[in-house]
Design a protein around this ligand. Structure first.
Ligand SMILES: [Zn+2]
Ligand SMILES: [Zn+2]
Length: 321
């Protein structure tokens, strides 16, 4: 890949696209009409990517790509995670700037349930998301939680050969919050809202407390927190699923709304005009924007670089200019 500029960026595209291509091949082996169609679309995802290359500093910036936006697609999951991360950073900046003392408190709450078989995923996730809706109406929640961002994730247990659905919820607390809701209270609320007869595993950890002097630390810890909101299913889990499980998983999760926002975070996204960037669109389409100058060094000395995916080569090649 030596002839390509900024090969680190190209390596990333190569890895995501190769994985997406492999997944589309697996789906293409199913006998389900809908999955075959999805496989066909996913196969063409990001086949051509157009970038602006800065001849001054070597930055490579995407300016146009066609994406399949299938929930299973690793290319699309990666693109969405970048946008979502950026959107959340802006929202937290905004919440900080508009708070009384320039401080916000955020924690990551993880809500789980016992593992289920793949064919029970849809009803289980629906029940969990309904449970969370009930939880947001609880007195303690209403008193202390100002906003939230939830992301439902499914991991595959190779050992038990079943699914582990769980919900990550980023909580933005109201001013003055000081661990007013204890871990066991979160657990009790979750159990009651789910209506189950066992104690579910619930984890709550403070992500960060941002003050005007801790910006750097804040950025780092936010990154860690947002890791949890990144994927519906991590690449390793998708790889570990045997084909029949993968097919069932793909069917069960179709059109479920796995990401949602509430309160101050939802409002912040709206005010900043970022709602669209933070949610799955589900519709295939293009991503990108005209780039007039390098976002890194502001140089206008840009050349257009077009990369084309080669099925045979298993990587992108530079289209001759
Ligand atoms: Zn530059
Ligand atoms: Zn895609």
């Amino acid at each position: 890949m030596g002839i390509l500029p900024y090969s680190a960026a190209v390596d990333k595209w190569n890895a995501k696209k190769a994985f997406s291509y492999a997944l589309s091949r697996r789906l293409a082996a199913s006998d389900d009409e809908t999955l075959l169609k999805r496989a066909e679309t996913m196969k063409t995802c990001a086949n051509t990517t157009s970038h602006a290359y800065c001849t001054e500093c070597g930055t490579l910036v995407l300016d146009r790509v066609w994406l399949c936006r299938d929930r299973l697609c690793p290319v699309c999951a990666w693109r969405l995670s970048l946008h979502r991360f950026a959107a959340m950073c802006h929202v937290f900046d905004h919440l900080c700037a508009t708070s009384e003392d320039g401080t916000i408190q955020v924690a990551m709450l993880t809500l789980t349930i016992r593992n289920v078989n793949a064919d029970k995923l849809r009803e289980t996730i629906n029940a969990m998301q309904a449970g969370l809706r009930l939880m947001t109406k609880r007195r303690a929640w209403v008193r202390w939680v100002d906003g939230w961002a939830r992301s439902t994730e499914v991991t595959y247990s190779s050992k038990q050969k079943n699914m582990h659905p769980h919900i990550h919820v980023l909580l933005h607390f109201k001013p003055g919050y000081d661990k007013h809701i204890a871990q066991h209270e979160f657990t009790e609320m979750w159990q009651a809202c789910l209506g189950i007869d066992y104690k579910p595993i619930v984890d709550i950890r403070r992500c960060y407390e941002r003050t005007p002097t801790t910006t750097e630390f804040w950025k780092r810890t936010l990154g860690v927190a947002l890791e949890g909101l990144k994927y519906a299913t991590k690449p390793a889990s998708l790889k570990a699923m045997p084909d029949p499980v993968l097919f069932e998983y793909a069917r069960q999760l179709a059109r479920l709304r796995l990401v949602a926002y509430g309160g101050s975070i939802k409002q912040g996204l709206k005010v900043l005009g970022l709602t669209k960037h933070a949610e799955e669109s589900g519709e295939s389409g293009t991503e990108g924007a005209m780039i007039a100058e390098c976002p890194k060094c502001a140089s206008a000395a840009l050349v257009n670089v077009i990369l084309e995916w080669s099925e045979a080569g298993g990587e992108y090649f530079l289209r001759s200019m």
